[in-house]
Design a binder for this molecule. Structure first.
Ligand code: GLP
Length: 231
């Protein structure tokens, strides 16, 4: 398996490396479907892509997750985040995010997983939560999970509450790609910056693979690049 850890001094350096990797795959015609992530980690990465000359007009994008109950017009939705940081400024062939307003939750999960299966991910970007979650796959989530409704942990709600004006508005559930959905991606690029992510990166670089640390599943993946400022 291919497992590389690239230590960077800062997020700008990470953004340049990401740009190079995407450029190579675009040139080689091996990047047709790109899995995207949200979160503060991704902001400088997307800013750099927006300012680059990379052409994504033939690339179909899939996002990892979305809060249940938030419409795309809600500033806290991931659909809004993606519009603001990437989609309004870079043209994609098609963009996909679970519909936070879907009425039938199970049907929305099934629809999204079917879309994913019809468009195999070439590259999937991942951030990581402080508790080792990937997308919204919280500790204890089965490694066999596909797209599902996740209950957010207190830890995740606490970290995310900074973005909401009113705590009552924070959704406690989200649609998320499952761990098995993510693991089907041909390549994974995981980004982690700052001391708060150290326990998660230590778990990833340690020996144990456990559902208690969802990030550790990546040790079973054939092609992973970790880009981090944590030494
Ligand atoms: C949320 C998202 C994850 C993301 C995580 C870390 O929980 N669902 O996909 O990786 O936040 O966010 P940040 O990059 O802001 O640290």
């Amino acid at each position: 398996a291919f497992f590389e850890v690239i230590h960077v001094a800062n997020q700008q350096e990470a953004a340049s490396i990401v740009q190079e990797k995407l450029e190579q795959d675009l040139k080689a015609n091996t990047l047709n479907v790109l899995g995207l992530a949200t979160g503060s980690t991704m902001i400088p990465i997307y800013k750099n892509l927006v300012e680059s000359s990379l052409d994504f007009s033939e690339v179909t994008a899939f996002n990892l997750d979305e809060y249940i109950g938030l419409a795309p017009t809600n500033v806290n939705s991931y659909a809004y985040f993606m519009q603001e940081h990437l989609f309004s400024r870079k043209q994609f062939k098609e963009t996909n995010i679970p519909n936070g307003n879907a009425m039938d939750l199970d049907a929305e999960c099934a629809r999204y997983e079917k879309q994913l299966n019809e468009h195999p991910l070439d590259i999937q970007f991942l951030g990581v939560g402080e508790n080792g979650h990937i997308a919204f796959n919280e500790p204890g989530t089965s490694f066999n999970s596909v797209t599902h409704v996740a209950n957010l942990t207190d830890s995740t709600l606490g970290v995310n509450s900074q973005y909401f004006d009113d705590e009552e508005e924070i959704p406690h559930t989200a649609f998320t790609m499952g761990i098995a959905s993510i693991m089907k991606a041909k390549k994974i690029i995981l980004l982690a910056f700052g001391e708060k992510k150290r326990p998660a990166i230590d778990a990833l670089l340690g020996d144990t693979i456990s559902e208690e640390w969802p990030i550790t599943v990546l040790k079973n993946h054939p092609h992973v690049t970790v880009i981090t400022d944590i030494k």
